[in-house]
Design a protein around this ligand. Sequence first.
Ligand SMILES: C[S@@+](CC[C@H](N)C(=O)[O-])C[C@H]1O[C@@H](n2cnc3c(N)ncnc32)[C@H](O)[C@@H]1O
Length: 258
Amino acid sequence: MEQRDMRGHYAGLAAEYDEHWVYDSDYVPWMASQIAEALQLSPNDRIADIGSGTGLFAREVVRQIRPHHPLLCVDPSEAMLSRLGTPPSPGLTPVVASAEDIAEKRVDLPYGQFDAMWLKESVHHVTDPGHTLQGLADSLAPGGRILVVMLPASIQYPLFEAALARFEELQPDPAAIEGHLRAAGLEASLTHVEHELRIDRDKYLGMVRARYMSLLSTFSDSEIEKGIEEIRVAHPEPVLVFPDRFAFVLGRRREEGV
Ligand SMILES: C[S@@+](CC[C@H](N)C(=O)[O-])C[C@H]1O[C@@H](n2cnc3c(N)ncnc32)[C@H](O)[C@@H]1O
């Protein structure tokens, strides 16, 4: 998606974004604790959430970890960042910038180096992930960690066939991201975490109509309506139950002299 279209997509989605994800009250705390555990976050860390969107997960990480330094929520969409609140929720500092801006040091930041950062479901928006991840890796302090949270190469969501096929065409491969982190000089690993989602079918159809995934904005209104009809027929059950599986690609910068 072009940067301009992507901004338009998230500007339209920002107001209701969080609503889509709080249907399952366990999901956000579960994901935040998975992120905190994988990154081995501690209160003294200087942390950034790159492509933070509305700060839904950053806010929960702050609640769980209580960092001593503000957690930077970095996102190019002002509309998404505005959901951090006015003033922003305690412990969160919004930064209007892209991953590329941070990687290329085009913005002034309160920290010269980071102890930990994550990109959750934002790496697919980065134009040249190898180059950008190299720049982000360079901004890590010795022992610093970076985590890329992303959907795997294929998903088992109850979407219509054309959407699942397009997802597979567009989604970057987590193994390639792991390769980029290694090429950036980090120790890298790839694991998966999984959470069972249970969503009221009508609510899910509403999310598809609202194009809750950026992938869905590549379909016209009539294609979306046709897709919704296809889902209705394939899933007569009132509650949809399906696995939400994420790849966790972790990179760690070696300590100095190691
Ligand atoms: C699917 S949302 C994920 C938001 C949040 N990480 C979450 O999991 O709720 C993707 C976010 O990536 C942001 N984004 C788009 N292009 C980006 C880029 N080049 N660098 C960083 N973030 C970007 C969008 O504005 C959007 O907020």
